[in-house]
Write a protein that binds this ligand. Structure first.
Ligand code: AMP
Ligand code: MG
Length: 315
């Protein structure tokens, strides 16, 4: 069975094609970026509308499949940026009508987790899901996902992007922060873990203040990374300890950060667990994962409309 997936929860518009054996036949995306202003909703919608048909054509040609071979269309129903979700849903509806394919709306977060589990052939990992909007430690228990801990305010990726704007970096800022951090040294920042939850907005305010007082970008980048990643390593370790699970899987765009991976890998090694990540094109927002999640949910999900605040523990 071949499934076509559509992703459009935030900056990325993507079309992915997978077969039921878990093979990625195509994973094409085009992401909105900007030198200033962050993610402006109207511009994101405009971007998605402009690139959609080209992304679709590229995906079909990469996968060498025709619409006849495609069983159904899976799309990201939520959670996400509302106007971006609608842009994707409208495309999904249009292609569904035009090519006579049924719609399967899936949860974007669940898709990040499922593709990571499939690619790494895992049994039952603890998931650390760190993207722009989301920062959650998740386990699967009693037939559903459980959020063991999460950010109480903004996601770590968004925090890095906001911090990046303050110090003059474009969007997304994560990769440049990682580069600058290599030249920095440690200065003290608030470390905010409450039980299993984390919070990043206070750290953001603090680094803004320190930057205005003349602390270097490099030192701030280094310290932000060390503190935030250590906070997540702490809650991830506690999740492994509580559940006695032996696999830790990092998903989401912040997972591109080498220092973050290194810290989680060391923590896992010290407690005889195994650390896994996902190749970047499947870890970031992408549509192959949406196709795969659609395949897993085809019997229970249908046209779900748009679900802007759909939590992974409600799936
Ligand atoms: P996603 O929403 O999963 O596509 O992830 C996007 C987020 O990942 C953005 O907030 C980026 O700033 C962040 N990001 C991307 N690359 C890196 C990196 N190397 N280090 C830290 N954050 C990153
Ligand atoms: Mg995402």
């Amino acid at each position: 069975m071949i499934v076509l997936g559509i992703e459009s929860t935030a900056h990325t518009f993507g079309v992915g094609i997978m077969n039921s054996e878990g093979e990625v036949l195509a994973n094409i995306f085009d992401s909105y970026s900007s030198t200033e202003g962050g993610m402006v909703p109207d511009k994101v919608v405009q971007h998605h509308e402009e690139v959609a048909e080209k992304v679709l054509a590229d995906a079909l040609s990469k996968a060498k499949v025709s619409w006849e071979e495609i069983e159904f269309i899976a799309y990201s129903a939520g959670p996400g940026l509302d106007p971006a979700l609608w842009a994707g849903y409208k495309k999904a509806q249009k292609w569904s009508e035009k090519y006579g394919k049924k719609l399967v709306g899936v949860n974007h977060c669940a898709a990040h987790l499922s593709i990571g589990k499939e690619i790494n052939e895992l049994e039952d990992p603890v998931y650390v899901y760190v993207s722009g909007v989301n920062t959650q430690v998740i386990t699967f228990d009693g037939g559903k996902y459980r959020v063991m801990g999460e950010t109480l305010d903004i996601g770590l990726g968004n925090m890095l992007d906001k911090f990046g704007r303050v110090i003059g970096l474009g969007f997304p800022a994560g990769p440049d922060i990682e580069k600058l951090a290599k030249k920095g040294k440690y200065i003290e920042l608030p470390y905010v873990v409450k039980g299993m939850d984390t919070s990043f907005s206070g750290i953001l305010s603090k680094v803004k203040q320190l930057y205005e007082k003349g602390v270097s970008k490099e030192d701030l980048c280094f310290s932000v990374q060390e503190v935030c990643f250590a906070m997540l390593a702490e809650v991830s370790e506690r999740a492994l300890a509580h559940t006695s699970k032996k696999e830790l899987l990092l998903v989401g765009g912040v997972g591109a950060n080498k220092r973050f991976c290194e810290m989680l890998a060391i923590m896992c090694q010290e407690r005889e667990a195994k650390f896994y990540k996902v190749p970047m094109d499947l870890a970031r927002d992408n549509a192959a994962m949406i196709a795969w999640e659609g395949f897993l949910r085809k019997d229970t999900h249908g046209d779900e409309g748009v679900k802007t605040f759909w939590r992974v523990d409600e799936v």
